[in-house]
Structures are given as C-alpha cells and as structure tokens.
Design a protein around this ligand. Structure first.
Ligand code: T5A
Length: 216
C-alpha cells in the first residue's frame, strides 16, 4: 500500500520539529513497524542541505533577492519530491515533512508579497502535482513563536525579518486554512509540548483509521 504524506506547517518556533520527532516514535509503534521517515524543506536531500545553507545563512553581505529566494526554495522542493518523498511513498512509508508548498505561499507570497498565481504555478512544477494527504498547521502567536526560537540561539536570515513580515506570514496560513479546509487541520500550538502532542495524536489517529491503516 502506498504511504501517506503528512506535512507540518506554521510560523517560526511553532514547534514543528519538536512535534515531528514525537510523532515519528508514536506512529512507528502504532503502525506496527511500517517505516516512518522525518524530513524537511529546505534541506531534505544532499543538494537541499547546500541550498538550505545558502538560503538561511548565506554569509555576511550576501543579499538574496525575493525572486531568487522563491526559485531556490522551488529547486530544493523539486529535488526533494523526486529524489526522496516520492520513492518513500511508493515504498509504503509514512513521510512526515517539516514545511512544504504552503510555506512558499505564506513566506514568499504573503510575507514577500510575490504574486500568488506565479507561486501556485511554480509549486505545481516543483512538486509535479504532489499534494500532502494532510497538513497539520501548528498555530501559535507570532511573538510567542519568535520568542521560543530566540531562546534557542542565533537567528537565521528569515528569523531576523521584522515582526510585520512574520505577521503577514501568519495571515497567509490563516487564509490557506480557509481555502484548503479538507487538507489543512489547525492545531492550537500555544500550549505545552505535551498538550499540543495530545491534540496532534488525536487528529492523526482519526486520519489513520479513515485511511485503513489501523485494525478494527
Ligand atoms: N521557508 C521555508 C520559506 O521562506 N519558504 C519555503 O518555501 C520554505 C520551505 C526554514 C525557514 O525557511 C523559510 C521558513 C523558515 O524561516 P527552519 O529552520 O525550518 O527554516 O525554520 P523553522 O521551520 O521556523 O524551524 P524552527 O526550528 O525555528 O521552528 P519549529 O521547528 O517550529 O520549532 P521547534 O520545535 O524547533 O521549537 C522551537 C523552540 O521552542 C521550544 C523547543 O524546545 C525549541 O527550543 N518549543 C516549545 N516551548 C514551549 N511550548 C511548546 N509547545 C514548544 N514547542 C517547542
């Protein structure tokens, strides 16, 4: 049976990485040893690791123009879908991915104000039409998320953008969730790690039951 593609999305510091790790262990047990892989964008392939470094820590004085940024994220995604995500899904794995196409709509579309129709076309090209089976949107107040990310250490190029940019990104996620009600499920990510995990588990259990991955 083909696997499932589950994406986690949200603003900086919303807790995706933390939840993905917890979900991976829990799902591996729940699904009786079916492979569960965790990956991310940007940076889920060898080429992607290099693109991630260029995008997030390009070095002093390097200015990345908005359209160049958009295309670099698309290149990372194209490589990742064809070289990692599709082969894993075909092999029956559950692929848990930290960010996907909605990040480009939210950050480059709503944040950088690039044309949303162009982004849609580019996303389709980069993914060859692959959409997530489910996207979990961890919704947290921007200031809370940035505060969490800051506590962790040095901010990357995008974390350093002003609060207004991050609020526009948040607005992007809110709009996306309205448009794609079947695919995107919102989780209140303002609570403790365990509270959020409890909510995520409840949602995923329902989906895996519906998809026929769990016994009666
Ligand atoms: N980007 C990406 C684009 O602009 N366009 C695109 O198309 C794509 C794909 C990626 C950057 O690239 C941009 C968006 C991003 O700016 P990244 O490192 O993946 O870079 O950035 P983030 O996704 O923001 O990763 P973070 O690690 O900053 O955030 P997470 O993964 O959401 O948060 P996490 O789990 O690492 O937690 C952050 C801190 O908070 C604590 C954790 O312990 C950690 O210290 N924490 C909590 N504390 C209290 N309560 C909770 N519930 C907590 N959950 C976690």
């Amino acid at each position: 049976m083909r696997g499932k593609f589950i994406v986690f999305e949200g603003v900086e510091g919303c807790g995706k990485t933390t939840q993905l790790q917890k979900v991976q262990g829990w799902l591996a047990e729940l699904l009786n040893g079916r492979p569960v892989v965790v990956t991310r964008q940007p940076g889920g392939t060898e080429l992607g690791v290099q693109l991630r470094r260029l995008l997030l820590n390009p070095g002093p004085g390097v200015v990345i123009q908005n359209r160049a940024e958009l295309l670099l994220y698309a290149a990372d995604r194209a490589q990742h879908v064809e070289g990692f995500i599709e082969p894993n899904l075909a092999a029956g794995a559950i692929v848990l991915c930290d960010r996907y196409t909605d990040s480009t709509v939210a950050y480059q579309g709503y944040g950088r104000q690039l044309n949303l129709e162009t982004i849609e076309v580019l996303n389709r090209l980069a993914t060859n039409g692959l959409e997530s089976d489910l996207t979990v949107w961890l919704d947290v107040d921007v200031a809370v998320g940035l505060g969490r990310a800051k506590k962790r250490g040095v901010a990357d190029r995008i974390e350093q953008a002003d609060l207004e940019f991050h609020r526009s990104v948040q607005n992007g996620y809110t709009e996306l969730a309205k448009i794609h009600q079947k695919r995107i499920v919102r989780v209140d990510a303002g609570g403790s790690v365990d509270e959020v995990f409890g909510e995520v588990k409840k949602i995923l259990s329902g989906y895996f039951l519906k998809w026929g991955f769990l016994g009666d």
